[in-house]
Each structure stands twice: as C-alpha cells, then as structure tokens.
Design a protein around this ligand. Structure first.
Ligand SMILES: NC(=O)c1ccc[n+]([C@@H]2O[C@H](COP(=O)([O-])OP(=O)(O)OC[C@H]3O[C@@H](n4cnc5c(N)ncnc54)[C@H](OP(=O)(O)O)[C@@H]3O)[C@@H](O)[C@H]2O)c1
Length: 222
C-alpha cells in the first residue's frame, strides 16, 4: 500500500517511514509541514507531500491523493502550549480522518497514548488531570476515528524511549499498568498493523513485554 505518514519528520514518524521503505508490501509518502524538511526524504528516495495540520481538510486530502492508507503519528510535543495540543493532537487528527474520507481512503492507523482511554472515567486519576488537555485531546481524537466508519487501528503506547528495539511487547485493550516502549517497537507495530486483519477496528495499549510483536497483534481479542 502507499501509506501517507502524517508526522513523518517526528521521532516515531521517521522510523515508520524507514520501515515502510524497507518493507515489501508498502511505500511511504512522508507528509511534512515545512519546505526544508522535504530534502532529507527526497535524498532517501521517499515520496513527499507538503501540508500543515493547521491548514484545511482539503490540504491534507490533497497530500493523501496517492495514498491507500494513512498513519497519523503527529503531535504538538512537550514544548508548546495547550492551544497546539488542541490544534494538532485533537483538531489535526480529526481533520486527517475527514481528509481520509474526502480522499476515499479507508485504512487509518493512529498513534495515541496509553491512559487516554480513561479520560471519561469517574473518578479520574489525579495524574490525568495534571497532564492538562493532552489526554482529552487524544481521547476525543480516537473517538472521532472510531465513529468515522473508517477501518481504524488505535495504538496507545506507554512512555516512549529511544532505546534499541526490543521486539517484544505486552499488549491489551486496556493494560492495568503503565510502562515504557521503544519508538522503534511502536513503529514496527504500526507498520505490521497496516495489513494485519486482526488489528482492523481495534484499539490497544502497548508497552514492552515478553511477547513477539507479530504474535501479540495476531492474538488481540476484543
Ligand atoms: N512522548 C511519549 O512518551 C509519548 C507516549 C505515548 C504517545 N506519544 C505520542 O506518540 C506520537 C509520536 O511521538 P514522537 O515522539 O514521534 O513525536 P515528535 O517527535 O514530537 O513528532 C511529532 C511530529 O508531528 C509533527 N507536527 C506537529 N505539528 C504539525 C503540523 N501543524 N502539521 C504537520 N505536522 C505537525 C511534527 O513536525 P515538525 O517535525 O515539523 O515539528 C513532528 O514531526 C505523538 O502523537 C505523541 O503524542 C508520545
């Protein structure tokens, strides 16, 4: 599949682009928001598309015009304010879902965050409140995707690390514990999910653990 990677210039995004490029089944299209970010991907022989998540749905749909699937791994990062969390992690994700529909793309994999699914629980754990709008942004973006009619997979990783890939995970619809996972393993999960039918219309938390990624994806129940 031709896969538009939204957030391609990010830490997880670059790893996803590389893994898609190495794979036999997929071809990445790196979506970036700045002209100067195009060169590295072009040198690498990766197709690119220029669009900003703060732009219009049409802009994103145009970026997706040659794609058959979308991976959303963008985020506003820790150094911006609450406004950007809402504009990128929530509104940007919603616009990407609408752009997929506009472009006639059915398959959509999103990188969310472990813990966000608890947002509506009452009483809420104190730590959710402390993180401001990040968790509600992820939660409502995921809800929008689930209600979109698209063939979604929602990947909710724990705390991301830049350690070498471990290749083994602990994965469940809802994990009762938190934990770390390497960005490389998250990228592998995203790429492997794209055409693994057992991940279609599913959502899951994931941290590093004892189960091979492929086996963990094949065994998702919900
Ligand atoms: N950090 C954690 O422990 C953790 C845990 C669970 C889940 N997550 C989630 O995992 C995902 C990937 O994380 P990461 O470490 O790869 O993040 P990252 O390195 O900050 O990458 C985020 C990417 O989003 C892009 N982006 C931001 N605003 C944009 C806009 N207006 N238009 C287009 N692209 C835009 C950034 O573009 P630029 O390169 O131009 O800035 C960047 O490339 C994020 O959604 C994050 O919330 C993180």
């Amino acid at each position: 599949m031709n896969v538009l990677v939204i957030g391609a210039n990010g830490n997880v995004g670059k790893l996803i682009v590389n893994k898609l490029q190495e794979s036999e089944n997929h071809t990445p299209i790196a979506m970036v928001r700045k002209e100067e970010q195009l060169a590295n991907f072009k040198e690498q022989g990766v197709q690119t598309a220029l669009a900003d998540l703060e732009g219009t749905i049409d802009d994103i749909a145009q970026a997706a015009k040659n794609a058959e699937a979308i991976v959303f791994t963008a985020g506003s990062g820790g150094n911006t304010g609450a406004d950007k969390t809402m504009f990128i992690d929530l509104d940007g994700a919603v616009k990407a879902v609408e752009a997929a529909k506009e472009a006639g793309i059915d398959r959509f994999v999103i990188v969310s965050a472990l813990g966000s699914q608890q947002w509506l629980e009452n009483p809420r754990p104190d730590w959710l409140e402390e993180l401001g709008p990040y968790y509600p942004a992820k939660f409502y973006a995921d809800q929008w995707l689930k209600n979109s009619g698209l063939n979604y997979t929602i990947v909710r990783p724990g705390l991301l690390s830049d350690d070498n890939a471990k290749g083994k995970v602990k994965l469940a619809k809802t994990l009762v514990e938190s934990g770390n996972i390497t960005r490389s393993d998250v990228a592998q999960i995203v790429v492997d999910s794209l055409d693994n039918e057992n991940t279609y219309k599913k959502e899951f938390d994931v941290i590093n653990g004892d189960t091979e990624i492929e086996k963990a994806l094949d065994e998702i129940e919900q």
